[in-house]
Design a protein around this ligand. Sequence first.
Ligand SMILES: Nc1ncnc2c1ncn2[C@@H]1O[C@H](COP(=O)(O)OP(=O)(O)OP(=O)(O)O)[C@@H](O)[C@H]1O
Ligand SMILES: [Mg+2]
Length: 683
Amino acid sequence: MTTASNFRRKLDVGLAHFYNLKVGGTSDTVAALSVGCGLLATSPALSAQLGAFPYSLLPIACTMAGGAWLAWRAMEPWRREHALASSLKIRSDQSPLEPDHTPGATTGGLLVGYTTDSGKPIYIDDEHLMRHLFIIGQSGVGKTVAASLLMFQQIQRGGGLLFIDGKIDAANLAQIYHYCCYTGRQHDFLVINPDDPDNSNTYNPVLFGDADEKADGILQLIPSTETNPGADFFKQEAKQALTTLIRALQRARLAYNVIDLTVLLMNGNAMLELERKLATAAPNSAELKEFTLFLDKFRVQPSPQNPAGGIDMKKLKDVFGGIGGRLYSFGTGKFGQIMNTYDPEVNLYEAIRGNKIIYCALPTMGKDTTARNFGRMVIADLRTAISWLQKLPEKDRPWPPFMAFCDEAGSYLNENWSRIPEQSRSAHVFFVPAVQTVANFQAISDELYEMVIGNAWTKLIFKVGTQGTAEEAAELIGKKIGVLRSLAGTTAESSSMSMLRHLPESNQGAGASMASGEREQEMCIITPDELKGLQKGEAVMTYGGDQIFNIRIPMTKFDKEAQARFGEFRVNRFRAQGLTIDGVHWRPAGFFANVDRYLSTAAVRKETAKAHEEDQKALNAELAKVAELQKAQGDAQAAAPGTAPSSAGSTAPSTAPSTTSSTKTGGFTPDTDAINNRKQKNS
Ligand SMILES: Nc1ncnc2c1ncn2[C@@H]1O[C@H](COP(=O)(O)OP(=O)(O)OP(=O)(O)O)[C@@H](O)[C@H]1O
Ligand SMILES: [Mg+2]
């Protein structure tokens, strides 16, 4: 049964090789003619003419030469097998997409790499790209290089791109710029770079969006504290309050930035001023009623000590917690240079609709909480943009689908990601998160792991570093039913004799037995050890959970001469025109311009320092959890080695398991069972 299916598979592949063989051109025609002429010359009429030596050899030589050439050509697919070096002994499936090579036709997908066995290109079509692509691998194995190949094609085909670079690297910025120059798209290039504000476009992630979405996005800055049962209640209350505040600003047509919000959250008089401005702009609005009702909870009646009355700041701070302090850190220094704007050059929603190419640098990796929070704000802003895109008629959504490449995603990941894969598909946005370990996802929640990783239709798995990650990655690739064979041998010898004897009598015996057993068991299609042995630029790609490819990815790079021609990167500047939304001009909220009047620097610095401390604590706890998870997974492997006891129950060495039938189970469409299984595993 197994041999038959193996044979069938080989036959299918063989036939496919023949089917794909392209015969033609001068040399093939000459060869075919030689064979034809040779055969013709064996006819009685001609052979008589060529009877004499050496002419009689002519037909044989022609037939042999032509035949040899045609045989050589027919063997080409087999010659190309193992075209690229690989330590894995797997045969890749057929490419999910065979691009149309007729002139003018669009590919309708992106090239990911070339199979190691036959050197064939592997493409993914747009429909399946929109089910996302997940990249995992240890540092320096080719994740960014692989994504660069996709980004290059995306830029070349006129598509939009957001590249969030979690490990700021000047070479990455230069490379994207070169891609833009090569394809003539420099004018579409936007840069958000808090590390170098002079060469960055301006960006205000809190400005555009529905009030509740913006409130949600800002609350992402507060670390989740699972241990604090009051945290959820606090977040609900803070979200309600922030939504009311942002609604008031939007209804009064006031443009705001992070400092305006900080002032409002930390100063009661600013709140009252906003109330007055809203009353003038929209006296009968629901937003004014809502805002007044909200402020009523904090109003202080005038008293001899406080004749002016005002707002109970302590109570207000209790509601808004550390949000003000966190927002303030974005309004100062280099971040401030980019974010304190009312007319930002980067409006994510508009940029996606205009197929722009956006490079966003996160200043440092992992350890810095402001950069981490900034990454989360960008993701929250992207989520808002996605929710707007979803509402557009299908023909107005971006096409080709917009690519969001989140490099080093583990360093700015949070719960907010969980719904993104689901929403972005219908918005024509595809996600490409790249990580070094899956533990970052697991440390947050099992649901997040399943939603982001489990739901990715395509997974690119590079060489992984730790045993824990290798285990998880092997599981992502899937399992097959293999046969575990065991061989046990025992030998026994015995001898006996009577000590006191009158006859020369004694017994000796020897025995040997051999037992072999076979047992079917689930095993990894590619083992964790094999994954740890992958080479740089080589990956295992799973597609849809049931197709597997061993691929090599070409590195796209421009030579020095081309780079010199493109020149140094220069940021595109746009003339400030003031903020106009739906034909209505929005005025600046005005708190930022008078920040010194509202905020005492010492007080706000204290708040910011406190927020930083909390964030750092949360980050350390998360990193500790990641390390713990990795360790636990590594230990689990050590405790449960891959070899199961043989059915013969012997202690003799067992042979390596050999595969017979295979059922791939690596997974798309995770269900609650998968989540529960993982929970059990982790607990
Ligand atoms: N496909 C490839 N072909 C040739 N060289 C490659 C390939 N992939 C990676 N390399 C080499 O490895 C280096 C590191 O690759 P890359 O930056 O993609 O690693 P990474 O996985 O993104 O690492 P990190 O997580 O540290 O960012 C590249 O600069 C290049 O020299
Ligand atoms: Mg990288």
